[in-house]
Design a protein around this ligand. Structure first.
Ligand code: XMP
Length: 512
C-alpha cells in the first residue's frame, strides 16, 4: 500500500467522521480509532500524523477520555481539535486547562498571529465554528499562541519544533470558512503526506475485508432501488461473486420504472443472482384503510421483514446480510449518543436481529457523495448512482391518509413528470430530493367549461447535505410552470399544483 495514513483518535465528538471524510477528500487515507488505543496498535498502523477529535467531556473531569502519553513520543505531527487541543494542553508538560468564564458556541471571528504553516493562505480575520466550555489557560512548554477570538485567548496554539498544533475551533465543519485550507496545510505542509489514496483503494480494502469476513459463506442483500443498497451489493459482488444473492421486494410503493430498472441492472448487466418478489398485492392489502403515518411505516417494515425472511429461508445456509447503511443513517437513527430519532425511519427496511445473520456493512462510514463516487468507480449506471434518496416505505408516506392503487397511480404519474422536468432542467443532481405528495383533500377547479373537483399535487424540492437540515429549492418559475401544466393536463383527477416552501426544521422533508 503506497499511501500515507492519518490516524484520527476519537474522543466522542460528533464530527469525528467528518474529519475522516475531509482527509479522504484530499486523497489521503484516514482511519478512526478509539482514543485509548495502545501504542503497539498505533505503531502497527504506522500513521504519518495523528488528529485528536473533539469530544463532549471536560478534560478536567475525573474519568475524562485520555490518550496514551506515548503518542507524543512518536515524532509525528499531531493536530488537536477542540477537546483534542485541550487534552494536549492538559497532558503536555507545563500546560493547564480550566473552565472558561464564558463558553463559546457557534460562529466566532478568528484573529491570526501568524499566517504560516497551519494558517498559510488563511485570512488574518475569518469566521470559525466554536463549541467549548473549557479553555487552555496555560500553554505547554514549547508552545505559542497562534490565534485568538474575542472570547478565547488561545484559539489556536503551536509547537513548531515538534509539529504539535491545537485549534479550539472545528476546521472540519463548513461554518469554519477556511477550515479546509487549515486541514490541507496540516496534511501537506506540516505532515507532507502524499495525496495518492483514492476511492479505488477504498474499494480494494473493502473487498479484502469482506472476503476475510465471509470466507466461503453465503450472503444475501435486500435491494431497494436506491443508491446505497445498490453500491453495497456491487462491492460485495466484486468481493465474493455468486456467493451473494440479492433479494428485491417490490412492495408496489416504488416510483415509475424503478422495479424494471433494478432487475435490468442487477440481473442482466451485473449478472448478480437476483430474486425478484412481486409483493404488491400483499402490501396493499395490509395497508388498506390505514392512515396514521407511523402505523403505515410499521406495517410496511413488518411486511417487508416477513417477505424477506420467507425468501431468505428458501436459500440454504445463508449466514450474512449486506446492509447499505451509510454514516448519516447511523446519526439520524440515534446511533450516536447525542442524536435523537425523529421518525422511525431507518427501522423501515431494516431487518430483525433474530434472523441471526451477521451484518456486512461496507458503506458504514461513508457519506452520500462518497457512496456515489464508489458507485461510479464500480460502473453502476448514472440513473442509479445519482438517484435522489427515496424512503424505504416509498410512496406510502407521500400519500396523506389511506392508500389505494388509484392514489398510487396518480402519485406515480405526477412524480414521473416531476423527475423528468427536473432532469431536463439539469437540476436533478443538484437538488437533494424532488418529488410529489398527494394530500387527502380535493378542491374546485375549472377545465374547459367544466367544473372539476380534484386532488392537488404538492411539489416538494429541497436542498440538503445530509437530510438532517434542508431548505426548499428555489426552482425557476418556468420549470414550476411546466411541471404544473403537465401534471394538471396529463394526470387524471389532479386539478392543482402547489409548492411547499418549508425548510427542515421546522418541517421534515417527507410529509409523513
Ligand atoms: P424527513 O422526512 O425526516 O426525512 O426529513 C429525512 C430523510 O430520510 C428519508 N426518509 C426515510 N428513509 N425510511 C427511509 O429509508 C423511512 O421511513 C424514511 N422516512 C424519511 C427522507 O426521504 C429524507 O431523505
Amino acid at each position: 500500500m503506497d499511501y500515507d495514513k492519518i490516524l484520527i483518535l476519537d474522543f466522542g465528538g460528533q464530527y469525528s467522521q467528518l474529519i475522516a471524510r475531509r482527509v479522504r477528500e484530499f486523497n489521503v487515507y484516514s482511519i478512526i480509532k478509539a482514543h485509548n488505543i495502545s501504542i503497539e496498535e498505533i505503531n502497527e498502523i504506522d500513521p504519518a500524523a495523528v488528529i485528536f477529535s473533539g469530544g463532549p467531556d471536560s478534560v478536567t473531569a475525573a474519568g475524562a477520555p485520555g490518550v496514551n502519553q506515548g503518542v507524543f513520543e512518536l515524532g509525528i505531527p499531531i493536530l488537536g481539535i477542540c477537546y483534542g487541543m485541550q487534552l494536549m494542553a492538559q497532558l503536555l508538560e507545563g500546560g493547564h486547562v480550566e473552565k472558561a468564564a464564558h463558553g463559546e458556541y457557534g460562529k466566532a471571528q478568528l484573529e491570526l498571529f501568524t499566517q504560516k504553516t497551519l494558517f498559510d493562505g488563511v485570512e488574518a480575520n475569518s469566521q470559525v465554528w466554536m463549541s467549548h466550555g473549557d479553555h487552555v489557560e496555560k500553554l505547554p512548554d514549547g508552545f505559542e499562541v497562534i490565534a485568538k477570538t474575542e472570547l478565547t485567548e488561545t484559539a489556536a496554539m503551536a509547537d513548531f519544533e515538534r509539529n504539535f498544533y491545537g485549534v479550539q475551533f472545528h476546521p472540519e465543519v463548513n461554518h469554519t470558512i477556511h477550515g479546509k485550507i487549515i486541514l490541507h496545510n496540516f496534511l501537506f505542509k506540516i505532515t507532507k503526506a502524499k495525496a495518492t489514496w483514492n476511492m479505488a483503494d477504498y474499494i480494494n480494502e473493502e473487498v479484502d475485508k469482506i472476503r476475510n469476513q465471509v470466507g466461503k459463506g453465503k450472503v444475501i442483500c435486500g435491494l431497494s432501488g436506491g443508491v446505497d443498497s445498490a453500491v453495497a451489493s456491487a462491492i460485495v459482488h466484486k468481493a465474493i461473486g455468486d456467493q451473494l444473492t440479492c433479494i428485491f421486494v417490490d412492495h408496489g410503493l416504488l416510483r415509475k420504472g424503478e422495479a424494471t430498472q433494478v432487475k435490468r441492472t442487477f440481473a442482466e448487466e451485473f449478472n448478480i443472482p437476483l430474486v425478484y418478489v412481486d409483493a404488491r398485492e400483499r402490501f396493499l392489502k395490509r395497508l388498506k384503510g390505514v392512515s396514521d403515518p407511523e402505523n403505515k411505516r410499521k406495517i410496511i417494515g413488518d411486511e417487508f421483514i416477513r417477505v424477506f425472511e420467507e425468501e431468505a429461508d428458501k436459500l440454504e445456509d445463508v449466514r450474512y446480510l449486506v446492509q447499505g447503511t451509510i454514516y448519516s443513517d447511523v446519526i439520524e437513527s440515534g446511533g450516536t449518543e447525542k442524536a435523537a430519532t425523529i421518525k422511525s425511519h431507518h427501522n423501515v427496511g431494516g431487518l430483525p436481529d433474530d434472523m441471526n445473520l451477521e451484518l456486512v456493512e461496507p458503506l458504514h462510514f461513508l457519506f452520500k457523495d462518497e457512496v456515489r463516487k464508489i458507485g461510479e468507480v464500480l460502473g453502476l449506471p448514472d440513473d442509479i448512482v445519482w438517484r435522489q434518496p427515496f424512503p424505504g416505505p416509498g410512496l406510502a408516506i407521500r400519500i396523506i391518509g389511506d392508500i389505494d392503487k388509484k392514489k398510487l397511480d396518480i402519485l406515480r404519474e405526477a412524480d414521473a413528470i416531476i423527475q423528468e422536468e427536473i432532469k431536463e432542467a439539469g437540476l436533478y443532481r443538484e437538488i437533494w430530493q424532488s418529488f410529489a405528495v398527494l394530500p387527502d383533500l380535493r378542491s374546485v377547479g375549472v377545465m374547459g367549461d367544466e367544473r372539476t373537483y380534484g386532488y392537488p399535487i404538492i411539489l416538494r424540492a429541497v436542498n440538503s447535505d445530509d437530510a438532517m437540515t434542508a431548505d426548499w429549492a428555489r426552482l425557476p418559475y418556468e420549470l414550476m410552470q411546466s411541471i404544473s401544466n403537465r401534471i394538471v393536463n396529463k394526470v387524471g383527477e389532479v386539478n392543482r399544483v402547489v409548492y411547499d416552501i418549508t425548510s427542515k426544521p421546522p418541517g421534515t422533508i417527507e410529509w409523513e
